[in-house]
Ligand binder design. Structure first.
Ligand code: 13P
Length: 341
């Protein structure tokens, strides 16, 4: 079995990043609503098969894919296990292990992520199926009441317990504390996001240390420092990059091999531009790459439109987006490259 550090480093190979394809049934239904497609076991399978069979994207730009429990054990239409398809392009299968975020008891506007019960046994099962890494998302909302110190602390604590269970099972934990930009009311300033992100990361690394997590065998999946989606702030790419990198430098130990951002509702091009600008601020103590869901998939989903005859075009759209983000992970993306396409 490869060491945790070796898996973590492979996931952040230069110019590669992670595809988040672990939408729950509820979330994939929201995505499919964009193209008016009913959600069935088959439609989910066909959609994900389109992505995983995109040879160019998967072999060149994607190091790992976060799957749902359903997909980890699912077969392509011709019966080939998805895990085999991923192995063909040397992509590491990962697994979302949290069971979602639920209203936090005793708190207003806050959520706590559930899924620790039985996690040790589940991880053993996933490791047996070849999962090399896992994901757990903690959600931190910004409202006039939230976050509270207790909300941040509780989410940080469960992230640390999850991470330790993963490492015991030989699985690299991707630790995802997401300070929401697209939550309600979403009118907060970038300054407020920076403060909350700082407080959250400080709490998370404190808990990870207390739990005994090996920082060299994990990855961080944070939000970027952004104004809320409905904020009046107009903030440039350079400012987002600078504030995000400054915050990460202050709170993320250099022992962590890599940071792979979520896209969190940014447009495809924003997510790419921000990542590229951050990588231009180097040298940095960790690799900085992507672990995008929407910002990698939306153009492919819309092109696919649920139709077999669009699969090749959708795969080209996916490969293009993945290549743009690969360049961003190297700090080499330029807007002309997107325009040209
Ligand atoms: P988005 O990039 O669409 O935010 O999704 C990433 C993810 O995995 C959220 O948990």
């Amino acid at each position: 079995m490869a060491s945790l550090n070796a898996i973590a480093r492979k996931l952040v190979t230069r110019g590669q990043g992670i595809l988040a394809a672990d939408e729950s049934e509820g979330t994939i239904a929201k995505r499919f609503a964009l193209i008016g497609l009913p959600v069935t076991l088959e439609s989910r399978r066909d959609y994900r098969e389109m992505l995983f069979r995109s040879r160019e994207a998967m072999s060149k730009y994607i190091s790992g894919v976060i799957l749902t429990e359903e997909t980890l054990e699912q077969n392509a239409r011709d019966g080939t296990p998805f895990r085999e398809l991923l192995a063909e392009t040397d992509v590491i299968p990962g697994i979302k292990v949290d069971r979602g975020a639920f209203p936090m008891p005793g708190s207003r506007d806050e959520k706590i992520t559930e899924g620790l019960d039985g996690l040790r046994q589940r991880l053993k099962h996933y490791a047996g199926l070849g999962a090399g890494f896992a994901k757990w998302r903690g959600v931190i909302a910004i409202t006039s009441y939230a976050p509270s110190r207790n909300g941040i602390r509780a989410n940080a604590h469960v992230l640390a317990r999850y991470a330790m269970y993963c490492q015991e099972a030989g699985i690299v934990p991707v630790v995802e504390p997401e300070v929401l930009a697209d939550g309600e009311p979403g009118d907060h300033s970038i300054q407020r996001c920076e403060e909350v992100t700082a407080e959250t990361l400080e709490a998370v690394f404190k808990e990870l240390r207390l739990a005994g997590v090996d920082l060299s065998g994990m990855l961080l999946k944070p939000n970027m420092v952004l104004p809320g989606m409905r904020s009046r702030d107009r903030v440039g790419v350079e400012e987002v990059a600078r504030r995000t990198v400054d915050t990460l430098r202050a709170y993320v130990p250099a022992a962590v091999p890599g940071i792979a951002f979520l896209s969190g509702g940014q447009s495809d091009e924003e997510a790419t531009a921000h990542l590229s600008a951050m990588n231009q601020l180097g040298p940095l103590p960790w690799a900085l790459t992507f672990s995008y869901g929407r910002a990698l998939q939306t153009s492919a989903l819309v092109t696919w439109d649920g139709k077999d005859e669009n699969v090749a075009a959708a795969q080209r759209a996916f490969a293009h987006r993945a290549r743009m983000n690969s360049l961003a992970a190297l700090g080499e993306w330029r807007p002309e490259l997107d325009l040209a396409a």
